[in-house]
Design a protein around this ligand. Structure first.
Ligand SMILES: [Zn+2]
Length: 337
């Protein structure tokens, strides 16, 4: 269930939100900023639930710390409707394709001129607000300048600098932190029953994002990693036509390609790192294989390989020919250590 306690490593945002809730003095608009997948939408939903819950739990003035955290009950009529996405006064606006279009904001504003149906606090939650196109942004700004009654806006975004400054200045900004590696590790160990070594690898690759760690866990990431590493290790001994079959396979998984590049870089990094600090490697479950590879290592050649991967990443981002770029990368990686 969404709840403040389910937000990992976000003590300060939770404190600010629950303080606003207990003071009863809510700003008209919040802007939640921070990386993708660290709990901004969960926090928005929880806050909307808490502001409308019929059986709010906890008390911020309680003596015992465990009783202080205010939480929505998750069971009352209002909480249930919000969780199921059926509350008429909790209005979500998400990008339609690449943009949030002016028609979406106009439709939102036309709902907000009416009174709320049943909520004591109505919420308009606009996710990925950096995708507001200029016209949509200006239309939203007009509403923020004369905010409708009983309504709280929550905008979420990666960073405030991507949004019209005039919108930002109307919002109370709350910054969400990237989640620390040990917290992500513990979270996926608990929720998905992963072995600590596997959870550590996934947490290391998730870039501070719980959502990313979860999707890696669900998509058999470890098997894919093993496939990539086995292929890379086999490259130097293979004839070139077989090596190019690997680049063909990679080119067919374009949505996964940048993850594959991350796996490759970490593998070569681990081989270098093993010589100086074996406990600092990321692929901890493969330490024997890394040890063997590191014995025949030439650091210069590994650095060249990592640079070649970074170049391929950049070139593909700038729309170079996918197959040619991958072929050229695989030929560089086939050179041995
Ligand atoms: Zn409730």
């Amino acid at each position: 269930m969404p709840g403040f306690a389910s937000l990992v490593d976000q003590k300060r945002p939770v404190r600010l939100l629950t303080a606003a809730l207990s003071s009863g003095n809510l700003p008209h608009a919040f802007l939640f900023t921070g990386l993708e997948g660290i709990g901004k939408k969960t926090a928005a939903m929880t806050f909307a639930m808490a502001c409308n819950c019929f059986d709010l739990q906890g008390d911020s003035r309680a003596e015992k710390p465990e009783s202080r955290l205010i939480e929505p009950c998750g069971r009352c009529r209002s909480c249930k409707k919000i969780i199921s996405g059926n509350h008429p006064d909790i209005i979500w606006v998400r990008p339609s394709g690449e943009m949030i279009k002016v028609d979406q904001i106009r439709a939102l504003c036309s709902k907000l001129v009416l009174k709320p149906y049943e909520a004591s606090k109505r919420f308009a939650i606009i996710t990925d607000a950096e995708k507001l196109n200029p016209e949509a942004g200006n239309t939203l700004l007009k509403t923020l300048e004369e905010p409708p009654e009983h309504t709280v806006f929550i905008l979420t975004a990666l960073q405030a600098s991507n949004i019209l400054p005039t919108i930002v200045s109307r919002c109370q900004q709350i910054r969400f932190n990237p989640i620390a590696l040990p917290s992500i590790q513990t979270y996926i160990e608990k929720t998905h029953g992963l072995e600590p070594a596997m959870a550590y690898i996934i947490a290391s690759m998730a870039g501070g994002s719980i959502t990313c760690a979860e999707s890696m866990t669900k998509s058999n990431w470890i098997e894919k990693r093993n496939w990539i590493i086995d292929e890379m290790e086999a490259l130097p001994a293979r004839p070139i036509n077989l090596s190019l079959a690997f680049s063909e396979a990679l080119s067919k998984n374009k949505e996964w390609l940048f993850t594959a590049f991350g796996i490759m870089k970490n593998w070569f990094r681990d081989i270098v790192v093993y010589q100086y600090a074996p406990d600092q490697i990321i692929n901890k479950d493969l330490s024997e294989q890394i040890k063997t590879a590191s014995k025949k290592t030439n650091v210069n050649s590994l650095t060249l390989k990592i640079k070649a991967i970074e170049k391929a990443e950049r070139d593909i981002k700038y729309n170079s020919n996918l197959r040619l770029t991958l072929d050229s990368l695989i030929i560089t990686l086939s050179k041995g250590y």
